[in-house]
Design a protein around this ligand. Structure first.
Ligand SMILES: [Zn+2]
Ligand SMILES: [Zn+2]
Length: 536
């Protein structure tokens, strides 16, 4: 029966890439707290390690980490949960503070001491999931919540809202006078979501084996809750310091974040730059950036069609871009020797040009640029001859191969490509592959300086596996004076919008404004930039 459950989970496409072993039947009715306790009690008694594995995987994350820290047995954990209803590190901390654990029958002072000792490091080993996946999990839930009666607004919190590369806690904050309808609704999500904890204003769900917490503060205090749960810790500490200086109570209930910032005479600070470095100072001095936003974007200059490794036809990509309201787009399939599964041949370039000419007639409301993403070969030359490259409206160049080369060799290849008059953009410059490969360890100051010198644009690529440049590097790029382009690098029409959003998130983390961004400019300016470099 357990194996059937696992098969069912896989068949529903909830988990595709990992073999999880036996799981509990996700379609089994589940009536909340009592059953959660019974389940792990049962698993404990069953004693089989594999079952134990799957049982603890279903616990609220903090309880699982407490168990995995070795501080408590599963039976003791069960007792703590049953007696105190503790589901989070905060609950456990509060229980320790009032000595509640040692007074639970069967437990004692030493168990409480062990829990107390484990708490500070409990969250050090949180399994983090890549941002792209976190967004894919949370976005549909947010949409669903926002459509429900009683919900005034709903936003993600934590590292997700701040657009970090990896997200530990998936949290949603939903302002609600009465959360009953929303909670009832979310407990009946179709995708075999499992309820881990449910109370009047809190719900923990297990979705795609990721824990999602939803908090439902009263609208009157939801702004302060949102700010608190968005972090970062450093940002909140900075605000608290300021609050102490001014003798105001930072987290007294407030309906909006603006109200909280206003207590400190600060303007709203966008979540993507709440890193605790210099954003509070910038806000105090009135020099916060006007971060780039979706409304500034006029086009997308990096995407693949079925002419290389994309899934959809050029026409489908064009229609996707039209639906997003763009003024222009560039189709940029891979060159012959790229590592992609399918590549554009020299002959293909000509036929592709003909297809694009036809689509330009059919869709006069959008400008379709014929581009390519050409590989920079190990010796620094490009994977298309110049006479071919000249035929493209825009040429993007990238490293996809020989990742094992020394940084100096990789840098030489980039410099050679940037000096090439036909190359307008360097894509995903660090070439990281989330979560498998870190980016190149290059001297990026030199790379950005060369970009500026040669009039080459550096990309912020929104493909979930790239997110490259990420925020900190993007900030260094614009500080060096480089122009950036924010692209989806989408391989499917239905991912164009979401991947552009991810690219925008990286850019916003990097304090990037519209004036730094190539594809927030009119097409004529973009063509001018390409032409100027080509003319030398
Ligand atoms: Zn690429
Ligand atoms: Zn690409």
């Amino acid at each position: 029966m357990l194996a059937e459950g696992a098969a069912m989970v896989r068949a529903r496409g909830i988990i595709s890439d990992v073999d999880l072993g036996p799981l509990i039947d996700p379609s089994a009715p589940f009536d909340g707290d009592r059953q959660l306790y019974q389940r792990f009690q049962h698993m404990y008694e069953a004693g089989a390690w594999v079952l134990l594995e799957s049982a603890i995987a279903d616990l609220p994350a903090d309880l699982r980490w407490l168990f995995e820290s070795g501080a408590v047995t599963l039976e003791q954990l069960g007792a703590i949960y049953r007696e105190l209803g503790a589901t989070s590190a905060a609950d456990l901390g509060a229980a320790v503070a009032r000595g509640a654990i040692q007074s639970i029958p069967g437990l004692n002072r030493s168990v409480e001491a062990a829990v107390a000792a484990a708490l500070p490091t409990l969250r050090k080993t949180i399994p983090r999931i890549p941002l792209g996946r976190a967004v894919a999990v949370v976005d549909p839930i947010l949409e669903r919540l926002r459509a429900l009666p009683g919900i005034e607004w709903a936003l993600p919190g934590g590292s997700l809202r701040r657009g970090q590369d990896f997200v530990g806690d998936l949290e949603i904050i939903a302002a609600a006078d009465d959360a009953a309808i929303a909670i009832e609704d979310l407990t009946h999500l179709p995708d075999a979501a499992r309820v881990l904890h449910q109370s009047e204003r809190r719900l923990y769900l297990l979705l795609e084996r990721v824990q999602l917490g939803v908090r439902f503060p009263h609208p009157a205090g939801a702004g302060s809750a949102l700010l608190h749960f968005t972090g970062s810790v450093e940002h909140v500490r900075g605000l608290e310091r300021l609050a102490r200086e001014r003798n105001v109570e930072l987290f007294a209930p407030a309906p909006t974040e603006d109200d909280v910032y206003a207590r400190l005479d600060l303007p709203f600070i966008p979540p993507e730059i709440r890193g605790g470095d210099d954003e509070i100072e910038a806000a105090r001095e009135g020099r916060l950036p006007r971060l780039i936003s979706r409304a500034d974007m006029r086009g997308d200059l990096h995407m693949h069609s079925s002419w290389s490794d994309g899934r959809d036809s050029i026409e489908a990509m064009v229609n996707g871009c039209r639906a997003l309201g763009y003024e222009y787009l560039a189709i940029t399939d891979h060159s012959p020797r790229s590592a992609a599964s399918r590549n554009l041949s020299v002959d293909g370039v000509k036929r592709q040009a003909e297809e694009i000419a036809g689509l330009r007639e059919r869709y006069p409301d959008i400008s379709i640029l014929h581009g390519c993403e050409v590989d920079i070969l190990p010796d620094g030359r490009l994977d298309f001859a110049d006479r071919i490259l000249q035929q493209f409206d825009i040429v993007l160049a990238s490293l996809h191969e020989a990742a094992g080369q020394a940084p100096e060799a990789l840098e030489r290849r980039y410099v050679a490509a940037m000096k090439h008059p036909l190359v307008s953009v360097i894509t995903h410059p660090t070439n990281r592959l989330i979560p498998y490969r870190r980016g190149y360890d290059l001297d990026y100051e030199r790379v950005f300086a060369t970009a500026v010198e040669t009039g080459t644009v550096v990309e912020i690529d929104g493909a979930p596996a790239h997110l490259d440049l990420e925020g900190a590097l993007a900030r260094r790029a614009i500080a060096a004076g480089a122009t950036v382009v924010i692209d989806s690098d989408s391989h499917r029409a239905d991912a164009l919008g979401r991947q552009m959003e991810l690219g925008l998130t990286m850019a916003r983390r990097g304090w990037v404004e519209a004036r730094h961004v190539l594809n927030s400019r009119p097409l004529a300016e973009l063509r001018g930039l390409v032409a100027r470099k080509r003319a030398g």
